[in-house]
Ligand binder design. Structure first.
Ligand code: HEM
Ligand SMILES: [Ca+2]
Length: 775
């Protein structure tokens, strides 16, 4: 990937500071008033009738889904080709989907009807509120579940610790950042025909947009080139990136009858279907298949229970809170916690607990070993990911053990909550200190206020900031990570073809499986970030037999259209202002593709007929990297803004002085945390490079001995040592020991002598023995 050499960083910095996204994105602008209404809304009667029709349609679709299931067209998970764990949808999402779908259909019908031939972008907020109030009246029929975000949440017990589902982080807005709530957006979505719900399929010039698979084969062509900057990114970067994603985003996908998987190929007009066409002349599939199955994400009303545009649902707690370790709701945590010692459950070899065969978290298709259960359902997707989940569960248990030993009066609950508090703080520290600076230019780190402090507390908590994931981030920008993937994963130095490792926990089950997978990550190099992807994911994603695999790039593009993600040029404008918006495909110049190289621009111009049509994932990954950095400006903008919201809007942010803050010395200790240390303390690995996100380097990133990495200081209630009675151990000697009780790590040792010479006067004093240790 070329560096954007001519990029005027000062100008870019000025532009971003004035931009819509930097200044709050939709927080300030989405509450668009829309244009003034120039037409009349249909009568209340008509709206009611339309809603009732939508309810009937919904029920009909459910019946139709049942038939597809009975006819074995829609299959259960393990019989579904291209099945991936991202297709496991929680029942709660499906419950929310029902009112979501009904309101979506009604709103769309009304919008299209009232718009008529008028050139209008959207209904005014007044119109939308009016329509919604009427629909709510109808959906209050007993058969239709209520809008899920009306119930009042009591936050009185959530003042000092995070809740399991992320609710009550913001005490004024308990739903912000909770699991099973909608994604926010930076920009107003763009659905087909300026509507509210159908995926974008028509370009600005009125002709069909290019298909997602064609874009993938034209732009996201094959590459095996490793990151060639110094020091190169290690493959651990990829793995941590995915682990972090699985803490903050999981979009609920629509399901068929009895949790089956909707088959859209051959049935493109079914509700929730948006299949991807594969041309006959496809360079890989070569006529073996003509369609990739693609099922739309579920629908949810807005968090304020209004409905304007189709919105999508995040099943995870939006905050960086270790939910990939603990789960995103009470039920998930209950399955994972041992419930007596403050620890998390483990299985043989101190690995993750095993999932029940074919269980919800288990998508194993091609092996006999059982899958693992973790806080996120996708934990088995590649062995490196399962290993990282394991390391964090071990870190929790290590801390919990220490706390149990050193705070004798603490209950299971107290040990658990305090250990989780430390673990999520460590994860957050690693994200902001080690991970983000590898992808975000120092200027972005600085202007978005992302750098951790070196001392003192962060005082920027702002309860008006939404600690909510933005749709543009999860559906496009943060998927940059797919570009880091290589053709192989590594077990120590042995390469394993990637598609054989999908949903296959065999390597993790091996003795020293966690060590082998983890060494395989930090001692190999990632690919660089660009539009080039390995064919293992663009042709063989979740492949189990020839030609039954999928194309992740095409899925990303299609998902963007499914979610109404505005095209690239709209995001560029929101990040940097209109001067940077491309109106032609000329590379490197204002008015053209200012952020793209000649090669990228020529690929983009052969894929798209108009720059205004370019999909965000495609044009974003194809950008030149920022000078001295690895990521292009537009994704940097979205990612920086998102991590700012996750910091400023998190009442429990680890450096923050707001809610049950760490003591100054604990915070200093957490600031010494590195990913390398967490690996060292929870595996048999004894040496590794200091910064595992980079490859090792003899000067800039030396291999260090694990013992040299600074330990973590944990809370401890002092328990002072007490002497035993004197015991005569020989004719002339009596001894006592400081074991009644022994002092714990923060207790005071016994004072006085432990040995007495009874025959000759000798004031020898041999002090107590227990040394103070940190863990
Ligand atoms: C091990 C390799 C990986 C595989 C097999 C994989 C696979 C997938 C799949 C199948 C999806 C769902 C696509 C769709 O239908 O929309 C997805 C979504 C996603 N991936 Fe990956 N991915 C991998 C690594 C990564 C990495 C390294 C990152 C980031 C650094 C990442 C970030 C994301 C994000 C943000 C989403 C959207 C999640 C959601 O909201 O549901 N992935 N990935
Ligand atoms: Ca989370």
């Amino acid at each position: 990937r070329e560096e954007s050499k001519g990029l005027d960083l000062e100008r870019l910095q000025g532009a971003i500071k004035n931009s819509q996204i930097f200044n709050g994105g939709l927080e300030n602008t989405k509450k668009i008033e829309g244009e003034k209404t120039t037409f009349k809304l249909p009568s209340e009667e008509t709206i009611k009738r339309l809603t009732e029709e939508a309810i009937t349609n919904f029920d009909k679709t459910e019946q139709e889904n049942k038939r597809f299931f009975e006819n074995k067209i829609d299959k259960p998970n393990l019989e579904t080709p291209m099945f991936g764990p991202h297709m496991l949808t929680d029942n709660r999402s499906l419950e929310i989907n029902k009112p979501g779908q009904i309101i979506a259909e009604t709103t769309e019908t009304i919008v299209q009807a009232v718009r008529g031939k008028q050139e209008r972008k959207s209904l005014s907020s007044q119109d939308r509120k009016e329509i919604f109030d009427i629909i709510q009246g109808v959906t209050r029929l007993p058969t239709i579940p209520q809008c899920p975000y009306l119930a009042v949440i009591d936050c009185s017990s959530a003042v000092n610790f995070r809740t399991n589902d992320g609710s009550c982080n913001n005490l004024a807005h308990p739903y912000w950042g909770k699991s099973f709530t909608p994604f926010e957006r930076y920009l107003t979505p763009e659905y087909e025909g300026s509507g509210t719900t159908l995926p974008r399929i028509t370009g600005v010039a009125g002709s069909a947009l290019p298909g997602a698979r064609e874009i993938s084969t034209t732009v996201h062509t094959a590459s095996v080139a490793p990151d060639n900057l110094t020091p190169p990114l290690s493959y651990f970067m990829m793995q941590f990136g995915q682990f972090l994603d699985h803490d903050i985003t999981k979009t609920a996908i629509s399901k068929g009858y009895a949790d089956s998987n909707i088959q859209c190929c051959g049935n493109p007009f079914r509700r929730d279907c948006f299949p991807i066409n594969v041309p006959l002349a496809d360079p890989f599939y070569m006529g073996n298949i003509d369609c990739l199955n693609f099922v739309r994400s579920t629908v949810t009303p807005n968090l304020d229970c209004s409905f304007d545009y189709r919105q999508q649902l995040n099943e995870l707690t939006h905050y960086i809170d270790g939910s990939s370790v603990y789960g995103s709701n009470d039920m998930e945590l209950a399955q994972l916690r041992d419930g007596t010692t403050g620890k998390m459950k483990t299985s043989t070899g101190n690995k993750l607990p095993l999932d029940i065969p074919n269980g919800s978290g288990c998508a194993s298709l091609n092996n006999l070993n059982k899958c693992f259960l973790a806080g996120d359902k996708r934990a088995n997707v590649v062995p490196g990911l399962s290993s990282l989940h394991t390391i964090w569960v071990r870190e929790h248990n290590r801390i919990a053990d220490y706390m149990m030993d050193n705070n004798v009066q603490w209950t299971d609950e107290e040990v658990f909550k305090n250990a989780r508090k430390f673990v999520s703080a460590e994860i957050q520290h690693i994200v902001y200190k080690e991970f983000l600076p590898k992808i975000l230019h120092p200027i972005f780190m600085f202007i978005f206020g992302l750098n951790p402090l070196s001392s003192g507390y962060f005082t920027g908590y702002n309860q008006n900031v939404k600690g909510i994931i933005r749709n543009e981030f999860s559906t496009a920008a943060y998927r940059f990570g797919h570009s880091l993937l290589r053709d192989h994963s590594f077990f120590d130095s042995t390469p394993h073809t990637l598609h054989n490792q999908f949903n296959n926990p065999d390597l993790v089950h091996q003795p020293q499986g966690i060590e082998g997978c983890t060494r395989g990550l930090y001692s190999h190099t990632s690919q660089g970030i660009d539009e080039l992807l390995t064919p293992e994911i663009t042709n063989k994603l979740f492949q189990t037999a020839p030609f039954n695999g999928g194309d992740l790039a095409a899925f990303n593009i299609q998902r963007g259209r499914d979610h109404g993600i505005p095209p690239y040029s709209k995001i560029v404008e929101a990040c940097f202002g209109s001067a940077f918006v491309p109106t032609n495909f000329n590379p490197g110049v204002f008015g053209g593709l200012i952020f793209h190289s000649t090669t990228a621009a020529s690929k983009l111009s052969s894929a798209y007929s108009d720059p205004a049509d370019m999909d965000l994932f495609t044009a974003g990954t194809a950008e030149n990297r920022m000078p001295g950095m690895r990521l292009g400006p537009t994704f940097s903008c979205i990612i920086a803004a998102q991590f700012k919201a996750l910091k400023d809007g998190d009442r429990f942010f680890y450096e923050s002085n707001v809610a049950n803050p760490f003591t100054a010395s604990q915070l200093n200790s957490i600031r010494q945390t590195t990913m390398a240390r967490v690996i060292c303390q929870n595996t048999d690995i004894t040496s590794l490079q200091k910064d595992v996100f980079y490859r090792d380097h003899p000067i800039t990133n030396k291999i260090v001995n694990c013992n040299d990495l600074s330990p973590l200081e944990l809370p401890c209630t002092p328990e002072n040592g007490g002497w035993t009675g004197w015991m005569r151990t020989s004719a002339c000697i009596a001894r006592r020991s400081c074991t009644n009780p022994p002092p714990n790590d923060c207790g005071t040792p016994c004072v006085g002598i432990s040995i007495k010479y009874l025959c000759i006067h000798n004031p020898a004093t041999i002090g107590p023995v227990k040394s103070k240790q940190k863990i």
